[in-house]
Design a binder for this molecule. Structure first.
Ligand code: PT1
Length: 289
C-alpha cells in the first residue's frame, strides 16, 4: 500500500520507521534539543540517513503532565522547520497536532500527513482534514493528556481501543475523509496502565480487522521504566524488542527516536514474518507467494 503524502509517497508494502522530531522546550526525552530550526533540520536529515521513511514533527508535548501550548505558539515553532524540511527532505513530513489551524498551517508549509493523538476530536479538526488532501493517523487516548495517567480504566482495553478507533474511522468517513487516507494507533502510554499497554501489544493484531495500517509509538516511554526498571536514557533495547513485537503483530509504522536500531528491528521482524517454505518439487528455491 502506497500513501500519497502531498506529493511524496510513503510505501507501506513493508513496515517503516517514523523518526521523531520534537521542537518543544519540554519533551520527555529530548526536550529543547531541536528548538533551533537548523539543529532540527540536521537531526531530521540524520534520521533519514539512518532509514526513517517519514519524519514526525511536533511542537506540543503530549506526554503525561506536559503543559498545553497555544495554536499560535505551535505554528511559530513548526512552520520554519517544516518549510526548511519540505524542500530538502526526500521523505514525507507528518505533523503531530490536534489543532485545526495548526494542521492547515503545517500542510501549507509542506507537511504531508497529520498525526493526531486526539483522533480529530477537537472542534473543527475533522473538517480541517477533510479539506486537506493528506493521510491522517488517528490515535486512541483516554482522558486528557495532562491527567490521563491518573486513573486509566477499562473493562476490556483491547476491545475498547478497537471500538474507539472504528468509531473515529467512521466519523472520518462521515466527514468526507476517504478511509484509504487513515492510519490507526492504539496510543501506548496515553491513559493506560502497565497492564493495559502490555495487553494492547500482546493483542495488537486484532486491530487488523479495521483494515487500515497500524502505527505504534513505544520509544523511550515510561512503561519500559516500570517493567524493566530503566531510566529514560536506558530504554533502547526494550524499545527495539517492542518494535519487533509490534511488527510481528502487523504494525506498518513504528514511531521512534532511535531510528537506526529500530529500522534493523523492524526489517528483521518483517523478514521473519514474510518467510515462506520453499516448494519441495524442484522449483529451484522459488517460494510460495
Ligand atoms: C504515539 C505518540 C505520538 N506518542 C502517535 N503519536 C507520543 N501517533 C507523541 C510515557 O509514558 O504513541 N503515537 N506522539 C509521545 N507521548 C508519550 C506518552 C510520551 C507517554 C511518553 C510517555 O513516558
Amino acid at each position: 500500500m502506497i500513501l500519497d503524502c502531498a506529493g511524496k509517497s510513503l510505501d507501506l508494502g513493508s513496515p517503516r520507521v517514523m523518526g521523531v522530531l520534537n521542537v518543544t522546550p519540554d519533551s520527555f526525552s529530548d526536550g529543547g534539543r531541536f528548538l533551533d530550526p537548523e539543529a532540527a533540520v540536521a537531526h531530521a536529515h540524520a534520521m533519514v540517513a539512518e532509514g526513517a521513511a517519514l519524519i514526525d514533527v511536533g511542537a506540543e508535548s503530549t506526554r503525561p503532565g506536559a503543559a498545553p501550548v497555544t495554536a499560535g505558539e505551535e505554528i511559530t515553532r513548526l512552520v520554519p522547520v517544516i518549510r526548511a524540511l519540505s524542500s530538502g527532505l526526500s521523505v514525507p513530513i507528518s505533523v503531530d497536532t490536534g489543532k485545526p489551524e495548526v494542521m492547515r498551517a503545517a500542510v501549507a508549509a509542506g507537511a504531508g500527513m497529520i498525526n493526531d493523538v486526539r483522533a480529530l476530536r477537537l472542534p473543527g479538526a475533522l473538517e480541517a482534514v477533510a479539506g486537506l488532501e493528506v493521510p491522517v493517523c488517528l490515535m486512541h487516548l483516554q482522558g486528557e493528556p495532562r491527567t490521563m495517567q491518573e486513573t486509566p480504566r477499562y473493562g476490556d482495553v483491547v476491545r475498547e481501543v478497537r471500538e474507539f478507533l472504528a468509531g473515529r474511522l467512521a466519523a472520518c468517513v462521515s466527514a468526507g475523509i476517504a478511509p484509504e487516507r487513515v492510519i490507526v494507533d492504539p496510543g501506548f502510554g496515553f491513559g493506560k496502565s502497565t497492564g493495559h499497554n502490555l495487553l494492547l501489544l500482546r493483542h495488537l493484531n486484532t486491530l487488523q480487522v479495521l483494515g487500515r495500517p497500524i502505527l505504534v509509538g513505544l520509544s523511550r516511554k515510561s512503561v519500559f521504566g516500570r517493567v524493566l526498571g530503566r531510566a529514560v536514557g536506558e530504554r533502547l533495547a526494550g524499545g527495539v524488542a517492542a518494535a519487533a513485537l509490534a511488527v510481528w503483530q502487523g504494525a506498518s509504522l513504528v514511531r521512534a527516536h532511535d531510528v537506526a536500531a529500530t529500522v534493523d528491528a523492524v526489517r528483521w521482524a518483517a523478514a521473519v514474518r514474510e518467510a515462506r517454505a520453499p516448494i519441495a518439487d524442484g522449483a529451484g528455491g522459488r517460494t510460495r507467494g
